[in-house]
Design a protein around this ligand. Structure first.
Ligand code: GLV
Ligand code: MN
Ligand code: MN
Length: 397
C-alpha cells in the first residue's frame, strides 16, 4: 500500500502550494490514470475504460452482480492527497490483502476510478458516474466548457476517447451488484467518536448555481457613486445573504469561485460571475435557502441597477446509502460508527440510480479537506484498507 501511495503522491502536485491539480482529462490526471492502469496490470487485473471515461479493473471476468470498489483520482484546485486517491489505493491494497489470504472472488469484482468527480474542470461534480447513470444529458455534457473554453467533447477527443459514446450505460450500471467507496472523512466525526474507521449512512442534498451579475463598466475615478451600476456590490451582498440564509436554516452555503470582467483595478466591472455551492439535509430546505438567496440578489440588484441571472448547473438530492449494506458493513467491522456526510460522492450518485452503495470513512484528524492541508494518519489509512478488505471478502464470497 505504501508503494502504491508513494508512486501516486508526486503526480499533479503543485510545488508552490503543495496541493494537487488533477482535473478531468488534463495532463496530471492522465498520469494518474496511467499509474492506475499500471498498478492494476501488476496485479493481473484487466483494465477497461467505459464510454464515460471511468476506468474498471476486473479481477477475473467482468460480469453481473459485481462487487465494485474504488473512488476517483481527480482533485479540486489545490486539493489534498487523500480525497479520492485514498479510496483507489485502498481498493488495490485490499486486492493484495485478499490474494495473500487466498480469497478467490465468487462474484465478479472490479476496482473503479470515476472521472471528474470534483467537477473542477467542467463544473459538474461526479461527471463520470452521473453520465454512466444517465443523470446528465449527454448533449448538454458534451457542450460543457472549461475555463479556457475547451469543451468536454474536445477534451475527450484529445484524450483519444469517443465523445459520442458518453451517456447512460445501462448495461454497465446493471452489472454493479454493490459499490463500496472508501474515502477520507471530510469532517471531524470520527475524531469525536475516537474511531479510525466508520461507515457512511447518507449524504446531504447539494447543488451548484451560477449567479451572473451584469452592470456597467465605467471609470473608477470619475464615475460618481450615484451614477454607478456596480455588480460587485450586488455580488458582495449576495455572498453575505447566502451565508445568513444558510445559518438561519442550519445548512451550508459557499461561494468559492468568482470571475470578474474585465478584472481591472481601476474599472467598475461590467460582469461578476460567481458560483454558489449550497447543501442541506434535504432537498426542500436546500431549495428554500437558494430561493431566499436569489430573492436577496434580485432585491439588491434592483437597488444597484444590476441584472441578476441565476442558472442551476447541477443538483443531487439527499441520498441514503443502502440500509442493509450499511448495517452489514458496520456489523462486519465490529460495530464501528455510522455517520452522514455533507460531501458528495460517486457512491451517492450510484445510490440515487438504484445501485446498493455504501461508504467507509477513514478518520481525518483535523477534518480539513479540499485543501493541501488535508491529512490522515498512515496507521488509520492501513486500518481503512484492512476494513475494506474485510467487507470485500464477505461480499465476494
Ligand atoms: C466533493 O468532494 C464535494 O462534496 O464537493
Ligand atoms: Mn472532494
Ligand atoms: Mn472525493
Amino acid at each position: 500500500m505504501r508503494e502504491l501511495w508513494d508512486a501516486l503522491l508526486p503526480l499533479g502536485r503543485d510545488p508552490a502550494s503543495g496541493g494537487y491539480r488533477r482535473h478531468g482529462w488534463d495532463a496530471a490526471e492522465a498520469e494518474c490514470r496511467a499509474w492506475f492502469r499500471s498498478a492494476a496490470r501488476d496485479r493481473g487485473l484487466t483494465v477497461e475504460e467505459d464510454g464515460n471515461g471511468n476506468l474498471w479493473a476486473w479481477w477475473g471476468e467482468p460480469g453481473g452482480d459485481a462487487v465494485v470498489t474504488g473512488s476517483h483520482l481527480d482533485s479540486v484546485p489545490d486539493g489534498g492527497a487523500y480525497d479520492g486517491p485514498l479510496g483507489v489505493v485502498s481498493a488495490l491494497a485490499a486486492v493484495d490483502l485478499l490474494r495473500a489470504r487466498g480469497v478467490r472472488p465468487r462474484r465478479p469484482f472490479a476496482v473503479a476510478v470515476f472521472a471528474e468527480e470534483e467537477g473542477s474542470r467542467f463544473g459538474i461534480a461526479c461527471l463520470g458516474s452521473r453520465l454512466l447513470a444517465g443523470r446528465l444529458d449527454a448533449d448538454h455534457a458534451r457542450a460543457l466548457a472549461d475555463r479556457d473554453g475547451v469543451t468536454l467533447e474536445r477534451a475527450l477527443s484529445d484524450a483519444g476517447a469517443d465523445p459520442a459514446a458518453i451517456g447512460l450505460d445501462h448495461e454497465r450500471l446493471r452489472r454493479i451488484g454493490c459499490f463500496v467507496e472508501l474515502h477520507v472523512e471530510q469532517g471531524r466525526g470520527l475524531v469525536d467518536l475516537d474511531a479510525p474507521v466508520g461507515v457512511g449512512s447518507a449524504s446531504w442534498a447539494h447543488g451548484r448555481w451560477r449567479f451572473d451579475f451584469a452592470g456597467e463598466a465605467n471609470h473608477a475615478g470619475t464615475t460618481r457613486l450615484a451614477d454607478r451600476r456596480d455588480p460587485m456590490l450586488t455580488f458582495a451582498n449576495t455572498v453575505l445573504s447566502a451565508r445568513k440564509k444558510a445559518r438561519q436554516a442550519g445548512t451550508v452555503a459557499t461561494v468559492g469561485r468568482v470571475e470578474v470582467t474585465p478584472d481591472g483595478t481601476n474599472a467598475i466591472p461590467s460582469l461578476v460571475r460567481a458560483w454558489l455551492d449550497a447543501r442541506a439535509p434535504d432537498a426542500p430546505t436546500l431549495a428554500e435557502v437558494v430561493a431566499a438567496t436569489e430573492r436577496a440578489a434580485h432585491e439588491r440588484g434592483g437597488r444597484d441597477g444590476v441584472d441578476v441571472t441565476v442558472t442551476q448547473e447541477s443538483g443531487t438530492p439527499e441520498t441514503s446509502f443502502d440500509a442493509a449494506l450499511v448495517h452489514r458493513l458496520a456489523e462486519l467491522l465490529g460495530g464501528v460508527p455510522v455517520l452522514p456526510t455533507g460531501a458528495g460522492h460517486d457512491a451517492g450518485v450510484l445510490a440515487t440510480a438504484g445501485v446498493p452503495a455504501a461508504m467507509l470513512f477513514v478518520r481525518n484528524p483535523t477534518g480539513v479537506s479540499h485543501s493541501p492541508a488535508e491529512h490522515a494518519d498512515w496507521s488509520d489509512c492501513e486500518a481503512g484498507a484492512e476494513a475494506l478488505a474485510r467487507v470485500l471478502e464477505d461480499l465476494v464470497a
